[in-house]
Design a protein around this ligand. Sequence first.
Ligand code: PRP
Ligand code: URA
Length: 208
Amino acid sequence: MKNFYLVENPLIKQDVTILRDKRTDPAGFRSALNRVSYSLAIEICKSFELDEFEVETPLEKTKGYKLSKQIVLVPVLRAGLSMVSSFLEMIPQAKVGHIGLQRDEKTLQPIDYYYKTPGNLGESVTILLDPMLATGGSAVASFNSLKQQGANKCVLACLISAPEGVEKMNAEHPEVPIYTAALDRQLNSNGYIMPGLGDAGDRTFGTF
Ligand code: PRP
Ligand code: URA
């Protein structure tokens, strides 16, 4: 798998277990997803470039740093919304776009219903936030739209990936790094990730 980063530590493993557990209620689910999102944000930030400048402390001048590029977070509605607050806390100057996609339950193809991103994607690092990379259809369609709007430095942050989705992303957007907290076994016949965690949107918002 190209450009694939499995982000693991004991806290992430514990939280992924909470997320998988069918007894976890929406409040517990959102809170575990927030914590894993912090870890993903920290890992992704390691690849960011910095500009140096001089900063004056109360005692003397010294070298300071700031991110070279504007960061744009783009959650895929609905489930991606639950990753935004953690990423924004880590990268407070980030701008936020939104992509609305709903997977058709029969064809598994993404149907788009909303798109709004900031204007300067060509100058930015664009991070797509979506907890689930299943068939990869939603992620591929999202990056198609983002690239049409000029995005040229993109990253995917997801919680759980299926091998099928990683392969599709590698085929369609090979330069986009995928950061994920778990790589699961396979998709089932309904396009759900196994063992997975079920429907991320429903479990986040209690719509079951
Ligand atoms: C889920 C998930 C991804 C998509 C992944 O969204 O949040 O966007 O499925 O599946 P794929 O890789 O096969 O495209 P869903 O369509 O269930 O919408 P929701 O978040 O509104 O529930
Ligand atoms: N979308 C989800 O929310 N869960 C899956 O397992 C697959 C797609």
